[in-house]
Design a protein around this ligand. Structure first.
Ligand code: SAM
Length: 260
């Protein structure tokens, strides 16, 4: 795929389509318990109304929702039907809706709006503005929106990671290789290689290229404020990411109904 053809909807990512059934082996739901507890504590600390409802934009396999749903009625939105199917199996009690975080309008307000790692698929400032506008349109007065990009420009480092897991019959291993094309400052590439071992021992190999957005911290805060939120950056507290400078961005919607 040429570097210019890189919006989330045009990427045709195997991981979220034909390989979606392998997604829980790439990033097991049990690994989300600690971070979901942290997100819940932030929602509870910053929501100026009782936090009862949550809209997750780009909910993927629903791995955070699997924990957040204990105290929040969750509505989960994702672009990809295969990911929604996966999440429906894990979270049958949650509402699932197919949609694009840049354009969906449900005509409803939520106490908490969550744009987790999926917001990293906003690869242009225009897309990011649209996703933040969607968050604002769905945040109730006094509510809070949370944005959790994988990286901002200041924290990005080219790097390689490996990982994977197995269930009773299948196993997955991956290499994740992040780098910035010379011609870009607002995009990085994550090249993923997956080794998929089936129950009969046969191993398949796949390559998947993900284009991700990269924006300076100041741009995030500026765009969150421009949408009508009060912006806030808080350190991301997680055992695997201590002292990395990772932050979470919050948008606090003023408690009055007045828009900007
Ligand atoms: C890594 S997964 C999200 C995992 C999720 N945070 C969880 O808790 O399980 C990324 C998801 O973003 C979705 N996505 C990418 N671009 C999107 C868009 N414009 N609107 C909605 N979903 C999008 C993909 O379909 C994919 O399911």
């Amino acid at each position: 795929m040429p570097l210019d053809n890189r919006t989330a909807s045009s990427q045709s990512l195997k991981l979220y389509r034909e390989l979606a059934d392998w997604y829980p082996l790439l990033t097991p739901v049990a690994d989300y318990a600690e971070e979901a507890a942290f997100y819940r504590s932030l929602f509870e600390a910053h929501c100026r109304r009782p936090p009862r409802t949550l809209l997750d934009l780009g909910s993927g396999g629903g791995h955070n929702a699997a924990y957040l749903k204990a105290t929040l009625a969750c509505t989960l939105v994702d672009l990809e039907p295969a990911m929604l199917a996966l999440s429906r199996r894990l979270n049958p009690e949650c509402e699932h809706i197919q949609g694009d975080m840049r354009s969906i309008r449900l005509g409803r307000l939520f106490d908490c709006v969550f744009l987790h790692d999926a917001v990293s698929y906003m690869t242009s400032r225009t897309d990011l503005v649209r996703a933040i506008a969607t968050a604002f349109e769905h945040t109730a007065p006094g509510g809070v929106a949370m944005f959790q990009p994988d990286f901002v420009s200041e924290t990005f480092k080219s790097s390689t990671e490996t990982g994977g897991s197995e269930d009773n019959c299948r196993a997955l291993r991956y290499i994740e290789w992040r780098w910035i094309p010379d011609s870009r400052t607002d995009t990085y590439v994550t090249d993923m290689a997956y080794l998929l071992r089936h129950e009969n021992g046969v191993v398949e190999v796949h390559h998947d290229r993900h284009y991700m957005g990269l924006f300076p911290r100041a741009v995030w805060l500026e765009l969150i404020a421009a949408a009508g939120f009060e912006p806030l950056a808080v350190p991301f507290k997680h055992s695997s990411l201590s002292n990395t400078g990772h932050e979470i961005f919050l948008g606090l919607r003023p408690a009055t109904n007045a828009n900007k």
